[in-house]
Design a protein around this ligand. Structure first.
Ligand SMILES: Cc1cc2nc3c(=O)[nH]c(=O)nc-3n(C[C@H](O)[C@H](O)[C@H](O)COP(=O)(O)OP(=O)(O)OC[C@H]3O[C@@H](n4cnc5c(N)ncnc54)[C@H](O)[C@@H]3O)c2cc1C
Length: 337
């Protein structure tokens, strides 16, 4: 077997799989290999159960700056184009309404301002009054006794767009489309070392497997990316603080599309929201909760040790960051809760 490649990509989550597709379709490289430690693509963060299934375009993510939204809008469009080009509608990509809502005077004012600022990026973005929301998502306004909630509620969003994705099925699709010619995907291959040789090429080793060599190595190993970089002596001044998320199912299909709330500006992830689950059909989900965990894979106790190796504990810079995070009462209370 010829174990020598132009490029080796480590990790078959959505980002490694997309990169595999891009390199095999849009370059003249002859031998690209995708290496994945588990038996299939996208079993961790990119699995349908482990993320919010949202194609983040920056319109309803209230923690995005204008500059970030502009950049993300363009990348999001590429993902939508990929899915539509391959006719993955209702298999991997789904069309719903989406909106971010502000509840109460302070949030209403915030949403009004934000909508005015961001509508230049999104031609289809609409401002929704309480009456509009009542028509689009009645259960956002209706209380359990059938009456309307008292506070003002407004929203900014679109009535119909391809905004939901099963990233796991897209990753599978990208990998299948990329294995042709001499390009390969190898599963159950857990990379342990990447060693630079005297001729500038890299040797990649995995326990119990034949080593491979490549001219370039791209690491897309999710939470383990820093772990692998640090094994090579890179990024020793960086640390990784993993945050896991859980979702709760609510009975029936109370929501017709994605309803995001206003995010706390200090928290770097998307806000609590509710939406139809595209994997567990016919169910709605609420979430995510955000849970800091001292391991790199949520359901793999063996990764506690990997976390301690990459946490940066003991390094002055990362210790200061952790100290600063815990010194902020809002962040501390959020983490502890
Ligand atoms: C609660 C929550 C909700 C989210 N919601 C969204 C959302 O709605 N939309 C969105 O865009 N993003 C969302 N995200 C973020 C998104 O899930 C991740 O950014 C994305 O899935 C990361 O993909 P990835 O390919 O980088 O990593 P992963 O999916 O984690 O893939 C990494 C791969 O590398 C492999 N690997 C690791 N180590 C090795 C090794 N040594 N050798 C070989 N292979 C290895 C792993 O097995 C894995 O398959 C959410 C995240 C969370 C936590």
């Amino acid at each position: 077997m010829n174990n020598s490649y132009d490029v080796a990509i480590i990790g078959a989550g959505i980002s490694g799989s997309a990169l595999f597709y891009a390199l095999t379709h849009y370059t003249d490289l002859k031998r690209v290999v995708l290496l994945e430690k588990y038996e299939a693509p996208a079993t961790l963060s990119s699995s349908g159960n482990n993320n919010s299934q949202t194609i983040h375009a920056g319109d309803i993510e209230t923690n995005y700056t204008f500059e970030k939204a502009k950049k993300v809008a363009r990348s999001a469009e590429m993902l939508v184009s990929y899915a539509l080009f391959h006719q993955l509608q209702n298999k991997s990509i789904f069309e719903y309404q989406k909106m971010a809502i502000g509840v109460g005077d302070k949030e209403v004012e915030f949403m009004q301002k934000r909508h005015e600022e961001f509508k230049g990026i999104y031609p289809k973005l609409e401002f929704f009054t309480k009456e509009d929301i009542k028509e689009i998502e009645p259960n956002v306004i209706k209380l359990a006794d059938g009456s309307d909630r008292a506070e003002n509620v407004v929203g900014s969003g679109t009535r119909k767009s391809f905004c939901a994705m099963d990233f796991c099925s897209v990753a599978h699709h990208m990998v299948e489309k990329s294995v042709f010619g001499e390009h390969q995907a190898i599963f159950n291959y857990q990379v342990q070392d990447i060693i630079k040789q005297g001729d500038g090429r890299y040797t990649i080793r995995a326990k119990g497997k034949e080593p491979l060599s490549a001219s370039f190595v791209l690491v897309n190993a999710g939470a383990h990316s820093l772990f692998l970089a640090q094994n090579m002596g890179f990024g020793l001044d960086l640390g990784c603080l993993p945050v896991a998320g859980s979702f709760f199912f609510i009975p029936g299909d109370k929501l017709r599309g994605k309803v995001y709330t206003v995010q706390h500006p200090k928290l770097p992830f998307a806000a609590i929201h509710g939406d139809p689950d595209v994997v567990a059909k016919g169910k709605n989900r609420l979430g995510p909760t955000a849970l800091s965990l001292p391991k790199l894979e949520r359901f793999k106790p063996g990764t506690y040790l990997d976390f301690f190796k990459t946490s940066g504990f003991g390094e002055a810079a990362t210790t200061k960051i952790i100290w600063d995070l815990f010194s902020d009462s809002e962040i501390r209370n959020y983490i502890l809760r």
